[in-house]
Design a protein around this ligand. Structure first.
Ligand SMILES: Nc1ncnc2c1ncn2[C@@H]1O[C@H](COP(=O)(O)OP(=O)(O)O)[C@@H](O)[C@H]1O
Ligand SMILES: [Mg+2]
Length: 248
């Protein structure tokens, strides 16, 4: 199987196809009008109000307490606006989309991978794992699993890989990818000193999820990649950790 038959890869190309369909002028106009309306209602009006407030503030007599209050209020308005702009960007970039069957997508990948390489991939999803999850989180997690499973065969010569998805205490989620291969080379216990962007990319994706990635390995006893991140990114909007603060 090529990368093209990964279920989540297909989602990417589906999105691109929609973009191409949208090429006609009427659709463009509709999007522009909607964008103008949103910008007006959610951003321009509040910015204008803030400018007027600041103008009045300059004229009024002020002591340090009123200054602090005024700055507080400006900060509050800016936070609200930033939150709204983020919300609009998520919408524009399709990041408000949901991935309805992440566990099932991984199982499909596992079946294809086994058929192609002969390496068994066992997927275990805990019962409390949420479904659906946010698409940006799904894409990062899928790419991490994909890279770790490929590394298991390519570098470790693994025969089987276990992938488990579960929620842990205190609001965290954990994905582990454990192989029965040769383990990392003894002089490279985090897999970082060799060339190759795979490990680096996995770590970056874990960071983008607001989490961390650890690699554990003992020569001859396989390798375990463990990603821990806040559960909130599975169901809250955006891919950069916790959602923007709400309200003024
Ligand atoms: N599952 C694994 N088993 C054994 N060695 C591994 C495993 N994963 C990574 N490595 C080691 O870490 C190095 C870096 O991996 P990676 O960044 O994915 O590079 P590449 O792009 O070459 O796959 C590999 O060259 C290999 O030495
Ligand atoms: Mg790799």
């Amino acid at each position: 199987m090529s990368g093209q038959s990964d279920p989540l890869f297909l989602l990417d190309s589906e999105m691109l196809a929609h973009k191409a369909d949208d090429d006609d002028a009427a659709a463009d106009d509709r999007v522009k009008r909607q964008l103008a309306r949103e910008l007006h209602d959610q951003v321009v009006q509040d910015l204008t109000a803030m400018l007027i407030d600041l103008e009045n503030f300059k004229r009024a007599p002020f002591d340090s307490q009123t200054t602090v209050m005024q700055v507080d209020s400006v900060q509050g308005s800016l936070r609200t606006m930033l939150g709204r702009l983020r919300g609009m960007l998520y919408g524009l970039r399709g990041e408000d989309a949901w991935e309805p069957e992440f566990g099932e997508n991984l199982r499909v990948f596992a079946v294809h991978h086994a058929a192609r390489t002969g390496v068994q991939v066992l997927i275990r999803v805990s019962r409390d794992w949420p479904e659906p999850i946010r698409r940006p989180a799904a894409l990062h997690l899928f790419r991490i699993v994909h890279e770790a499973v490929n590394n298991a065969r390519q570098h470790g010569g693994a025969r089987s890989v276990r992938v488990s998805l579960r929620l842990t205490e205190r609001g965290f989620a954990r994905i582990t990818i454990q192989d029965d291969g040769s383990g990392l080379p003894a002089d490279d216990d985090e897999g970082l000193s060799r060339s190759g962007m795979g490990m680096l990319g996995m770590r970056e994706r874990a960071l983008l999820l607001g989490g961390t990635l650890h690699v554990e390995s003992a020569t001859g006893r396989g390798t375990t990649v463990r990603v821990v991140f806040p559960q909130a990114v599975l169901t809250a909007p955006g891919d950069a950790g916790p959602p923007a603060p709400a309200g003024p």
